[in-house]
Design a protein around this ligand. Structure first.
Ligand SMILES: [Fe+2]
Length: 189
């Protein structure tokens, strides 16, 4: 593969020349949100779009840099903001760099020891997700939250362990302010 270019539209947050798009609706996120009752109601009322990932294709091999733009739409389940599923990398010693393009949000990260880090993002913010830390992005605003992610193309995505355990903390809206609270479903086993 040779050099190539693409372009992010900073007004919409969309990667204009994407090769593939991943679409996640509420129904794709069963058991991810803490409030099961609110989740079921929301899915049956309207199976809303939660986020989309616009990807460039590069070979999934060592030395290549995968990159993608994610747009998380505004919304909440109960008081928990719309978010991505979150994952560890299958190759856990791989890092990732995020750059916020549009809107406001944050990244919740945790490691195998249960340590938690939450970092806010506004346009221009960069977050370095260190190796061995799982990561999930959250839209804390009432507009679209878009960011670029760059990561080793062979890092791989492990969603399963997050589906089982969740993150130790939930990112919620409390009277218009963003707060982190303990996740009642958190289970380290
Ligand atoms: Fe990642």
């Amino acid at each position: 593969m040779g050099p190539f270019a693409s372009r992010i539209n900073f007004n919409t947050g969309v990667l204009e020349q994407y090769d593939a798009k991943v679409v996640r609706k509420l129904s794709d996120m069963a058991s991810m949100f803490a409030n099961d009752q609110a989740y079921k109601q929301a899915v049956s009322a309207e199976d809303e779009l939660v986020y989309e990932v616009f990807e460039k294709h590069v070979p999934e091999e060592e030395g290549q840099l995968a990159h993608a733009v994610t747009v998380i739409y505004p919304g909440k389940i109960g008081d928990e903001y719309f978010m991505t599923k979150g994952h560890f990398h299958t190759k856990p010693n791989t890092a990732e760099l995020y750059l916020c393009i549009k809107g406001r949000g944050g990244i919740i990260m945790s490691n195998e020891q249960g340590k938690v880090s939450y970092l806010e993002m506004v346009p221009g913010s960069m977050v370095y997700v260190a190796p061995y830390w799982s990561h999930r992005t959250v839209n804390t605003s009432d507009e679209e939250f878009a960011f670029l992610a760059i990561y080793p193309a062979d890092a791989g995505h492990d969603y399963g362990s997050i589906e089982q355990t969740g993150f130790p903390k939930l990112v919620i809206d409390k009277n218009g302010k963003t707060e982190l609270i303990d996740n009642p479903k958190w289970n380290k086993s």
